[in-house]
Structures are given as C-alpha cells and as structure tokens.
Design a protein around this ligand. Sequence first.
Ligand code: AP5
Length: 218
Amino acid sequence: MTNIILLGPPGAGKGTQARKLVEERGMVQLSTGDMLREAKTSGTEMGKRVAEVMDRGQLVTDEIVNGLIEEKLKTAGGNGFIFDGFPRTLPQADALGKLLAKIGSKLDAVIEMRVDDEALVRRITGRFTCGNCGEVYHDETKPTKVPGTCDVCGSHDLKRRADDNEDSLKTRLMEYYKKTSPLIGYYYATGDLFTVDGLAEIDDVARQMSAILDQQAS
Ligand code: AP5
C-alpha cells in the first residue's frame, strides 16, 4: 500500500493523473477540491461560504479541509491513498502526518508536478469535465471523441468550473506560490519529494509517476 501526495499548481494535471492511478492501481483518490465542490451544492451555510471562497480562487480554511480528510480516512479503503490538492499549507501538512499516524499509516512519496505558468493558463481555460463520471477533458489536448458526449460514460453533462476563468486563476496561482509552494521545501527536507515533468504528454507523465511508485514499493 502506497500513500502519495500530488503537489502542483492549478492545472498541473493532478486530477488527470490521479484518475489514471485509481484505474491502473486501485488506489483511492482523495481530492479536497472535489469534496468542497460537493459541499458547495449541499445548500448548507457552510456550503455557501465555501462557494464564495472557491469561486474567488482563495483557499478554504485549514479547519474545514482537515476535517473533510479526517472523515474520509476513517471510511475509505483501497490500495493506498492519492492526496490530490491536499495538503496546501504547512498546517495541513502537519495535520496529514498526524492523521496518517492515527490510522497506523504513513506517507510514501510527494510527487511535485512541475508546469510553467503559461501552460497552466492554457490548460485551465480549455478544461471541461463530465458532470456524471468526472472525466477531465481539454478543448485542444484532450477533446471528447464525439463532440458533447463523454467518452467514458456517454453522458452529455459536460461542464466548466466556476473558478476556471482568468481572474480566479490569478488568485489561485498567487495562493499557490504564497501558501502551497513552501511545501516543496518542507517535503524535500523530510526526504519524501520526487519531481516529474508535468509539461510532458499525459501518458508520459503517467510513466514518470509509475516509475516513482514502483521504486517506492520495492
Ligand atoms: P482543486 O479542485 O484542487 O483545483 P486546483 O488545485 O486548482 O487544481 P485543478 O483541479 O484546477 O487542476 P489539476 O492539477 O487537477 O489539473 P487537471 O488534471 O484538471 O481546488 C479548487 C479550489 O478548492 C481551490 O482554489 C480552493 O479554493 C479549494 N481547495 C481545494 N483543496 C483545498 C485545500 N487543501 N485547502 C484549502 N482550499 C482548498 O488538468 C487541467 C487541464 O489540463 C485539463 O483540461 C487536462 O485535460 C489538461 N491536462 C492535464 N495534464 C495534461 C498534460 N500532461 N498535457 C496537456 N494537457 C493536460
């Protein structure tokens, strides 16, 4: 069982690679972004507050996201966890270490996905996802085979995220550089950091990740 963090700026390809690892290795994807988008649609007061913060591109409080992860770790099982978009701050990184220890587990690798800002803007502004199965597409690099129809489940419910616009993206990038990128130094110091070239093609990035996972498992 291998537990990994996918660390990278918005649009680095964390969700895309996490879905491949789930399919190929039976790992469990824990995406705080997906959990918060679910909370947004709940209609609760907390959901409304989360929606405002996310749509502006800012980070939700550590308390809320740590609580979401704690709940999932209690119930989810599988061949290791993929933390996608979590941790995003140093207090979240500390909380994750403690939560894993509590369930008798530990972190095996932190994979930094390196992509330059220019490519991130192109990726975010061209992204759309299937509202039914969550498959991630892109207008240019990964269009659906049949326009308007999801390749995986056949749904026509293809949508764009409310925070995938240039204004929110600027804030999301600032939040990343201010609050999340210090985690690269933190995990380098703990000896858990690996880096992949996130600018490579999707299958090539997946191969780089597999090599790291195989090395950690051996
Ligand atoms: P979240 O949902 O985590 O968004 P994000 O980190 O901004 O990352 P994205 O989902 O935008 O990108 P990705 O790296 O998954 O890229 P993808 O694979 O889709 O968070 C959203 C918000 O929730 C945050 O702003 C914050 O408000 C809140 N939040 C979440 N977690 C939080 C936390 N821990 N603490 C506090 N707040 C939190 O790929 C992007 C596009 O590129 C797709 O179109 C894809 O097809 C394409 N693509 C992917 N890989 C490649 C490739 N190799 N080559 C070409 N195209 C590619």
